[in-house]
Design a protein around this ligand. Structure first.
Ligand code: UD1
Length: 415
């Protein structure tokens, strides 16, 4: 089992190029099932999650040709309505296959999705939406069967602006009969990216990126070449790495609009941030202050950056409070940070983080993807050596994390 080994690092300095977005890549890859023909997807991050998705698509009949960060995916034939439990259970994004398979094959058998253990993660909103569009649903042991001869447009109000449910319902609606309206939809940039991909293919989607999305079903979609957006969470993680080491640098290949909640918070904490068209520079050489954070759906502060800021707040002046409103169990990293000398108390959905702690290296374990990233950040500024196990969680979302951090001066290796 590999480990990430980190020695206390100097102030990081230099440029990092951001990968393509994991959370945009997964639904867009799944959506290629909707087209007969060959789509070309560019700027794909090479992560275990995307590799797993490639494997599932191939098992369903897709012909894939993958070259570095570009994938040609030909779904002229889709020959199965289900993928094995072993493949599907590896990551949450596998549930994105539900709507493309249902639309294309008129049925889908979907294993209950896996992914980070950060909460209960029900799929009721996805299923309620499918049912409103005419699908019959049967729940088995560990899987769900969906049937529908022809999906029909419907008016769907989401109880919570779920990212995954919004994406699944957009994919269900693009080839459905008539008009679908999704209200209280999620507005994350990855949703807009999925919509832009489908619009380029000929779908009629209005309002993606707002809380009301209207979709008019079309007869068919045409294959296209599409480049996915950059990964705002990877970018935010690198900004946090510069911040926690008191460094300065530039993150390239980003859309600063997607990073507004993160750059606003870092600015409030005292970092100097310059925003340009497709890069952001950060200078955190002045000592930063603590801040209070509440995670919210976009454009609020992303829950996917909460763990990284938990590490950062251990180093800043004062006490910071983080309220996690999106997932009910997203503090798995706190115990590990405390093992490194942090003083963080959890009370319900809030964590109280005492700043100015001199963290010290320890053996710690990544329990989920972003929690793992927070331990890497803590390791960069902790005295001595930090050894992080559970590296497979981190590899789900970061392409060459150690190499990229090393390129700006970090003492970090994968062993
Ligand atoms: C996606 C992202 C994940 C991010 C999250 C919130 C992907 C692959 N993952 O996850 O990185 O942290 O958005 O920004 O894109 N919920 C229900 N019922 C449902 C669906 C969701 O109650 O049917 C609840 C969840 O339990 C959670 C909240 O809604 O409390 C948000 O979940 P959701 O937005 O669906 O997250 P994911 O799409 O799973």
């Amino acid at each position: 089992m590999s480990e990430i080994v980190i020695q206390k690092s100097p102030a990081l300095c230099g440029n990092i190029i951001c990968q393509g977005s994991k959370n945009a890549a997964l639904p867009i890859l799944a959506a290629t099932i909707l087209t007969e023909g060959k789509n070309t997807i560019k700027n794909l991050p090479r992560l275990t999650d995307t590799e797993n998705m490639f494997e599932i698509l191939a098992a369903l009949g897709g012909v894939l040709n993958i070259n570095v960060n570009t994938a040609e995916i030909d779904f002229t034939n889709c020959n199965s309505h289900f993928a094995s439990y072993e493949l599907m259970s590896k990551f949450r994004g596998s549930f994105f296959l539900a709507s493309p398979l249902l639309s294309r094959m008129k049925r889908a058998r979907i294993s209950m999705p896996g992914g980070c253990p950060i909460g209960n993660r029900p799929i009721d909103l996805h299923l309620k939406g499918f049912a409103a569009m005419g699908a019959e649903i049967e729940k088995g042991h560990g899987y769900v069967d969906l049937y529908c001869e022809k999906l029909k447009g419907a008016k769907i109000y989401l109880d919570f602006p779920s990212v995954g449910a919004t994406e699944n319902l957009i994919m269900a609606a693009v080839l459905a009969e008539g008009e679908t309206i999704i209200e209280n939809a999620a507005a994350e940039p990855e949703i807009t990216d999925l919509a832009n991909f489908l619009i380029k293919q000929g779908a009629k989607i209005h309002g993606a990126g707002s809380d009301t999305i209207k979709i008019y079903g079309v007869k068919q979609l045409e294959p296209v070449t599409y480049s996915i957006i950059s990964d705002r969470i990877e970018a935010g993680t690198f900004m946090s790495a510069f911040a926690i080491t008191g460094g300065k640098g530039k993150i390239e290949n980003v859309n600063p609009v997607h990073l507004k909640p993160v750059t606003a918070k870092l600015t409030e904490m005292g970092a100097d941030i310059d925003v340009h068209r497709n890069y952001i520079s950060i200078d955190a050489s002045r000592h930063l202050f603590s801040a209070n954070i509440k995670t919210l759906p976009f454009p609020g502060f992303p829950t996917d950056m909460q763990a990284q800021f938990s590490a950062l707040l251990c180093e800043t002046d004062g006490t910071g409070i983080i309220v996690e409103t999106v997932f009910e169990n997203r503090f798995l990293h706190i115990g590990e940070l405390n093992r490194m000398g942090a003083n963080i108390r959890i009370d319900g959905r809030s964590s109280f983080i005492e700043g100015n702690k001199r963290l010290s290296g320890a053996k710690v374990s990544a329990m989920d993807l972003r929690g793992g990233a927070s331990l890497v950040l803590a390791g960069l500024c902790a005295e001595g050596e930090t050894r992080i196990s559970g590296v497979h969680h981190i590899k789900r979302g970061y392409e060459n994390l150690c190499g990229k951090l090393r390129s700006v001066g970090a003492n970090i290796f994968l062993e």
